[in-house]
Design a protein around this ligand. Structure first.
Ligand code: FE
Ligand code: FE
Ligand code: ZN
Length: 293
């Protein structure tokens, strides 16, 4: 019954006392066959040493449970902003952080790191795109790993870059290490950016293929949105409770051109409880169950 080509999981925590072993256990408890995690707090650069994170124990459980390690995803801390060169200090710190996170991702055995393209802070998208592309080239020339960076499509709030497929493509096009750069498509973000995920997802994917190339797609973030198409807000909602709706997100997960790509839920907790077990079950089966009340 289960479609083996669908890799579906969620964002999971990585905290004391079990760290990475705990992340894997959490993912398995939701019925996931992939997952995404931060190697430390997303909003700062403090990182616990790798030898305290039970990586070996976690990887052992991954192997025993039959999870394909190449589908596991790390999310880089979102304090990184490599699209702004007006403060050289922040820019260089961001490059350093990209390098150290690529190395940490590699140490966990993961192969994909999602990165927010960042904010041009008022200097314009072209400025931000060039700054980011040069930062990526420096990072990818110096990290010494084979981890791929997946640039996440953004909702378009504030001064973000990477909102349209054309912008994401021009970042990649400017990079020397193209074979190590791909894209993370976030359904909430692209809907907020103006792409019609709800009614015309097949056309959205065709457009993605034409502008960027479907072979660049490394990760899908499956989220409903609290806001209508084009709202530029970036507020995630539980699957089936937002503007995009259950049917459209079911089609995303089962779209034949997306098979084999890790799909990660980043939907909000409800009454302090993780929604992922229910959401994964519903997205696999196609049957929506109102679990929120
Ligand atoms: Fe993200
Ligand atoms: Fe996302
Ligand atoms: Zn978001």
């Amino acid at each position: 019954m289960e479609n083996k080509e669908i890799y579906l999981g969620s964002h999971v925590g990585m905290g004391a006392p079990d760290y990475y072993l705990g992340s894997v256990k959490e993912a398995l408890s939701y019925g996931s066959n992939t997952f995404m995690f931060y190697t430390g707090a997303p909003q700062n650069s403090f990182r616990k040493p790798l030898n305290e994170l039970k990586i070996h124990e976690g990887r052992k459980l991954i192997e025993e449970s039959g999870i394909d390690e190449s589908k596991i995803v790390v999310h880089a801390p979102y304090i990184i902003n490599a699209a702004n060169r007006s403060s050289l200090e922040i820019y260089e710190k961001s490059i350093e952080l990209i390098i150290s996170e690529l190395r940490r991702t590699y140490a966990f055995g993961a192969k994909i790191m999602v990165l927010h393209p960042g904010s041009h802070v008022g200097f314009g998208s072209d400025y931000g795109i060039s700054a980011l592309a040069e930062a990526l080239d420096v990072a990818l020339a110096n990290d010494g790993t084979d981890v791929k960076i997946a640039i996440e499509t953004m909702a378009g709030k504030g001064k973000e870059i990477g909102i349209t497929f054309e912008e994401v493509e021009s970042i990649i096009e400017k990079c020397k290490f193209k074979d190590r750069i791909g894209v993370c498509l976030d359904t909430c973000h692209i809907s907020d950016a103006g792409y019609d995920v709800k009614e015309r997802f097949a056309e959205v994917i065709e457009k993605f293929d034409k502008v960027i190339g479907i072979n660049r797609l490394l990760v899908v973030h499956v989220n409903d949105s609290k806001n209508p198409i084009g709202a530029h807000k970036d507020r995630h909602e539980n699957i089936g409770y937002g503007f995009i709706g259950f049917d459209a997100l079911y089609h995303v997960v089962h779209h034949p051109k997306l098979s084999g790509i890790p799909m990660i839920l980043e939907t909000p907790y409800y009454n302090e409880k993780a929604p992922y077990k229910q959401e994964i079950e519903m997205l696999r089966s196609g049957k929506f169950v109102n679990w929120r009340d």
